[in-house]
Design a protein around this ligand. Structure first.
Ligand code: HEC
Length: 121
């Protein structure tokens, strides 16, 4: 049954590497804004302000004032969007986001999240 043992070893090794890569890829604190209490009213201001292109807000130009999407560039509905996703699109883009990269603080992200959560109710 040597073959079985080699096979198990390879399977376990592959799993360990996959796990290590996964853990390394997750910074201990995935979304700092999650620790803060968001202010939906302030979030509404950020969502509305700016010209929308690399400005500190202006999401509504594309995502529409109620975040339901479709106002420009086929921007999707982002009602109820959560911290991690907001970060990945606005502050630390992991995909190119037509809205660009935004210079938000953790509090800004928490506030926008609170604003979007209100629309998801
Ligand atoms: C110039 C237009 C534009 C602006 C301004 C804009 N977005 Fe977007 N956004 C898009 C488009 C188009 C997509 C879909 C493509 C993509 O996922 O990158 C998108 C995707 C997203 C997504 C991912 C949604 C999903 O379901 O995957 C989030 C979250 C998001 N935007 C948040 C924001 C926030 C918050 C702002 C304002 C700070 C903003 N966007 C400003 C056009 C825009």
């Amino acid at each position: 049954m040597r073959y079985e043992r080699v096979k198990n070893f390879v399977a376990e090794w592959t799993l360990s590497v996959a796990l290590a890569v996964f853990i390394a890829g997750c910074p201990g604190d995935a979304c700092p804004a999650d620790k803060l209490v968001g202010d939906a009213e302030r979030g509404a201001g950020l969502f509305a302000s700016g010209d929308g292109m690399n400005a500190n807000g202006g999401c509504q130009n594309c995502h529409c004032p109620d975040a339901s999407g479709g106002c420009q560039f086929d921007a999707p509905n982002i009602q109820g969007e959560e911290c991690q996703h907001l970060d990945e699109r606005t502050r630390n883009p992991i995909v190119s986001h037509p809205g660009g990269k935004f210079d938000f603080s953790d509090q800004d992200v928490a506030d926008i999240e609170a604003f979007l959560a209100d629309w998801a109710k």
